[in-house]
Structure formats: structure tokens, C-alpha cells
Design a protein around this ligand. Structure first.
Ligand code: SF4
Length: 365
């Protein structure tokens, strides 16, 4: 699976890999737990914006950024009300086709539009990589009928697409799992993965959708990040498990060569990597974008990086932590500042395990 990541390219890394998450899909009839998407708040790119974005992409390429993944979300593409309109829009598809891969996500709970959307994607995204990620409700991992329906609908959709090269990642929203009927099971990564791992080819990615909530309190953010931190720290305690979880969690080299941003309503937002891409539209996340010049974005990145190093001394553990450079690259200290905490957000023991293959035991705190 490592061969699917940007870091496979480190051996010939003469550019950064650029990922943009386009928040352009509106409408979803589901109320997935832990989902904080404002389902009608997206404004797809108009013709002027699309032309401007293409100029920005040209500038990125001239600045040695290689467009890598275009995420198209944030709602389920099989039920969003504007999926078909977007993929018929020549200007938007032209933008997508500047990337190597397009990534979509679905619950596979409503496939009534599957036929029409599959034909459209087959035609419009022909020749570029496609990944279709599966949003799984953690509260329903013991529901065999639910899992069987996801599996059948996924198989059916991929058959309609007529492609055998489509990859799938598993996504779970992060929320207070103590409010489910199976909180004890949701603390056991291995168990969860055994229940749902057959639905996708990788491990489970945890999505902090709550970052989109403009009213998310510092306390609630910390509770959510602690939940995943504890889950990983308690799950990765052997070389075998470190190998098993190596892909989805904490491979330090990815942050060296990847840059990612969220795009919504004509604005670009910084996207830290806390296990998964973190989406927030708070003012401090907005990247100034006066022109269509990648150098503005590089200047923002450089400033954010330096500020994180400068403020590492204010944090409880960061200054002497071996993961400081990676956490700065991932914007973790930026997140700590944004949510007013000095406490480490990261599953550090798990990071040791994942990045110390063959040299466990993991240092205990
Ligand atoms: S792992 Fe934790 S302590 Fe270390 S640099 Fe990152 S946030 Fe700071």
C-alpha cells in the first residue's frame, strides 16, 4: 500500500505533491453521527473562479508543486444534489484533470443515482486515478445487514464504473463513541478493523469532521483528539501491529513532500494533518490569496512553519520531541494554538512504533 502514497516518490522528489480538497458538493439526506458538514454551504466554482483557479494551478506547477489528489466533497457524492452538474461542468473537470487522482467519498447507503453518476465519472475522469472512500458508521460495526449492504452496493457501483483500478479507504467520523452502545469495542482498533476491513483495502482513517463546526470548543476538540490518540497508543504495541497500521498512521516522510489545502467559496484554507486532513474555516486557517500566485501560499506556509517552531517552547513536550519537525510540517502545533492547548495532540507512542520498525519496545511515557 505504501506504493500508493506520495512518499513512494521520495527517491525522485524534485517537487512537492499538492492536494486540494474542493468543498463543492451540496445536499445529503443522511445524519451521520460526527458529521459537521454544512450541507448547503458550498458554492461551486463559477466560470471566473475556475479560470482563476487554473491560473493558480499553473503557478503551482511552475513553483515545483505537482498536483496529486483532488478531493471532491464534503458530502456523499452518490446523494449530493449537484454531483452530476459538477462533473458535467467543463471548467471544473478541466481543473480536476490537472491532478493525478480524484478522490470521492460515499456511505453507499443510497445508490439510486449510481448508474447515471458511474457513466459520468467513467467518461469525464477517464485516464486519471480514482479513489472512492467509504464512510463507515462506527456505531454500526456489529450490524451485519448494514455491512453486507455496503459491500454489495460498493461491488455494484464499481462494476457500473467498469474500472478495476479504483481504490478505497475506510473513513470513520470522530465523535463521542461513549454515546454508542458499543464504546468498549470502539476502543479496540484491531477488533474494529476485523469487522470492517474487508470493505476497503487499507486501514481506518479517522475524520475530524467537527473541525468544520464554527462553534467547536477547545474542550470538545481536545476530547476528540484524546480519543483517537488513546485508541492508537493502546492499539499499536507490537512490531506486527506497527507494520499493519503503518500506512494510515504517521508515516513521517509523507509530510515532507505533501502540501494540502481546502477550497471553499473562492477561499483557500490551510489543512493540518491530524491523522487525516483537518478542515476548518476559522479565520486563522485562511490562506491570503490576493493574486493567482503560488508564491503567496509558500510565504504563508513558511510563516506558519516558523511560528510553530518559535512557539514550540510554550508547549508541554514539543521542544525536545523527536517528532517536532514532522508535527510542524503537519501543522500540529498550529492546531494546538488554534484550540488553545499546550498538550500533545498526537499518539506519540504509536508514532514511535510506526517509525521504529524492528526496534520496539515502544518507550513508555
Ligand atoms: S508528537 Fe506531540 S509533543 Fe511531539 S512535537 Fe508533536 S505535538 Fe509536540
Amino acid at each position: 500500500m505504501d506504493a500508493y502514497l506520495a512518499s513512494r516518490e521520495l527517491r525522485d522528489a524534485d517537487h512537492f505533491f499538492l492536494n486540494i480538497n474542493f468543498e463543492v458538493l451540496n445536499g445529503c439526506r443522511f445524519q451521520c453521527r460526527g458529521c459537521h458538514v454544512q450541507k448547503g454551504a458550498q458554492t461551486p466554482l463559477g466560470p471566473g473562479e475556475a479560470a482563476s483557479f487554473l491560473r493558480l494551478m499553473r503557478s503551482f506547477r511552475e513553483s515545483l508543486y505537482l498536483p496529486f489528489i483532488a478531493f471532491v466533497g464534503p458530502t456523499d457524492f452518490l446523494v449530493a444534489e449537484n454531483t452530476e452538474a459538477l462533473f458535467r461542468d467543463d471548467a471544473f473537470v478541466e481543473i480536476l484533470r490537472t491532478f493525478r487522482r480524484v478522490s470521492l467519498q460515499t456511505t453507499y447507503l443510497d445508490v439510486r443515482k449510481a448508474d447515471a453518476i458511474a457513466s459520468l465519472l467513467a467518461e469525464r475522469l477517464h485516464g486519471i486515478e480514482l479513489e472512492i472512500n467509504l464512510v463507515v458508521d462506527p456505531a454500526r460495526i456489529m450490524d451485519d445487514a448494514y455491512l453486507a449492504a455496503l459491500e454489495a452496493n460498493k461491488r455494484d457501483f464499481l462494476a457500473r464504473l467498469g474500472r478495476d483500478d479504483v481504490r478505497s479507504f475506510g473513513i470513520m467520523n470522530v465523535y463521542d463513541y461513549d454515546q454508542t452502545k458499543i464504546p468498549h469495542l470502539l476502543r479496540d482498533y484491531d477488533f474494529m478493523h476485523r469487522r470492517v476491513g474487508h470493505l476497503f483495502e487499507t486501514t481506518i482513517d479517522y475524520n475530524f469532521s467537527a473541525g468544520r463546526d464554527p462553534d467547536l470548543t477547545n474542550e470538545d476538540f481536545l476530547k476528540l483528539s484524546d480519543r483517537i490518540k488513546n485508541l492508537f497508543n493502546q492499539s499499536i504495541l507490537s512490531d506486527e501491529k506497527a507494520q499493519y497500521l503503518r500506512f494510515s498512521f504517521g508515516k513521517l516522510t509523507d509530510s515532507l513532500v505533501e502540501r494540502q489545502y481546502n477550497y471553499r467559496g473562492g477561499k483557500l484554507y490551510y489543512s493540518p494533518l491530524l491523522y487525516e486532513r483537518f478542515v476548518s474555516f476559522r479565520p486563522e486557517f485562511e490562506v491570503p490569496l490576493a493574486g493567482e500566485d503560488a508564491r503567496e501560499i509558500e510565504a504563508f506556509e513558511a510563516r506558519v512553519q516558523l511560528e510553530q517552531y518559535a512557539r514550540a517552547t510554550e508547549k508541554d513536550e514539543c521542544e525536545s520531541c523527536p517528532f517536532l519537525a514532522s508535527c510542524v510540517d503537519r501543522g500540529i502545533l498550529f492546531l494546538m494554538d488554534s484550540f488553545g492547548t499546550r498538550r500533545c495532540l498526537v499518539a506519540k507512542n504509536a508514532l514511535f512504533a510506526v517509525n521504529s520498525m524492528g526496534s520496539l519496545p515502544v518507550p513508555q511515557p
